[in-house]
Structure formats: C-alpha cells, structure tokens
Design a protein around this ligand. Sequence first.
Ligand SMILES: [Zn+2]
Length: 248
Amino acid sequence: MKKREKLSIIHKWYPKAITTIDSVNKIIDFVEYELDLEPKQVMLADSICSDDVNSIQYPARTQEFLGPFKMGGLDGFPFTGLTGMGAFASHVPDDGAVFIYYGPHIGITKNGTIGEIHRFGQSKNSGCCGAAKGALSKLLNNQIVPGNVTEMDYHMNTIEQLLLNENTRIVKAETPLFEATEVIYEAIDKRINELVDQTNYKCKYVILVGAILINSDSDMGSFTEVRRFEIIDLITKARHNKIAYLTA
Ligand SMILES: [Zn+2]
C-alpha cells in the first residue's frame, strides 16, 4: 500500500497525523537547522506505552539522539515521575537539549478498525492499547472502585482512575475508546508539564512533543498526530510553539 493510501485510512480518525518516521526526520531537521545542534547533543526521553509494538515501530533515526530514557509505563503515563525526569536531565550535554516525546497510543487497522492492530505472525487482530481497552471495559461495566490503586497493578489502576475521573465524557462519547485516549493524553500532557516545571536542566533547550501515537498493522507502520511541539528556551524561559512543523 502506498503512503498516501495509508495516511488516508489514518486521517479518518486523526486528520493531522503524519508517519512517525516523518515526524522524527522533521524533528532532526529542526534540531540541526533551527536550534543549530547536532542530534548527539540531544537527550531523548520518551513516555509511551511499554507495548512491544512501540519498540518494533520505533523509528531507526532516533538512534542519532542520546537515549532514549524510558519514562512511560502502561499507555505512556510518566510513571518514573520526578526522579526519572531529574535523572536524564542530569545526563544531557551542557550545550544541548532534552527532547521529551510523550503520549498514549491507539491502534487502527488497515481496514480502519480503531483499537486493534494486526501483529506480526498472528492470525487475528489484538487490542491496542490493551491497557486503555481493559480500563475502558471496566469503566463501562461500573467495575472501577474510586481510589483503588494497588501495588500489584499500580499502572493499570492509575489508568482506571484517570478514566473514572472523566466517566460521563467517555461513556457519552460516540467512540468511547477514542475519547478515553484523549483523556489519557490530557493527563499525560498535564503531568509532563508539571514535571518539567519542577526539574532543573543544565542545558539550553527542552523540546516537548506531545502526541497521539497511532500504531497500525505490521505492514503499515505507525503514525503520530502531534498535539504539542514546543521549545522551551532555558535561558529566557520563553516557550515557542512550533506545531505547524509537525502536522499534516
Ligand atoms: Zn498500550
């Protein structure tokens, strides 16, 4: 299938998505031409779901950056917290930048089915994000107990509570999984910004890319609808919105 045809399937749900490979290529160009840095001066940290498909579909050119430091757990929430953010902030080259890529993920098959992908070597489709779908199923069946966050299943219980906080919005939505993914994005975006605000960086810039990461079948690859592309200048503290670089 041609790239144009793949994008037209994804655009039915996410009209501003580009391929994840294109997003990485554009970010590398931005780092080189706009920030005047080499990719090796940039420490990549990601906060994306632990799902193996995200490792399989991780663009090769990300290896030009330092890292990645892995902040995410189930569905990309930054579970490594303030300690994780502080750790890689202290690993970055002095004149360089920190690049934080974050967001929940969702599957869309080549037939356009949302919440599923076809994984390599399997005969049937499987859920994506499985954690979001599991939490949503419990929400729709009124099985989430307010405040119930256990040590045994901490990440999953946290995702469940995020959905419970926006119960009505999700249940009434035309496509509850789409809406649940929006809710999780907003929670991740809020938390990442809180963590950034409370962290001391010794470099020049923080690059924030918040997105819905869209996985597809093994022969389709992955796509990214960017919701935030901001450069924080750590000397002036100014934030520069560059989202037009990364949207279709
Ligand atoms: Zn997942």
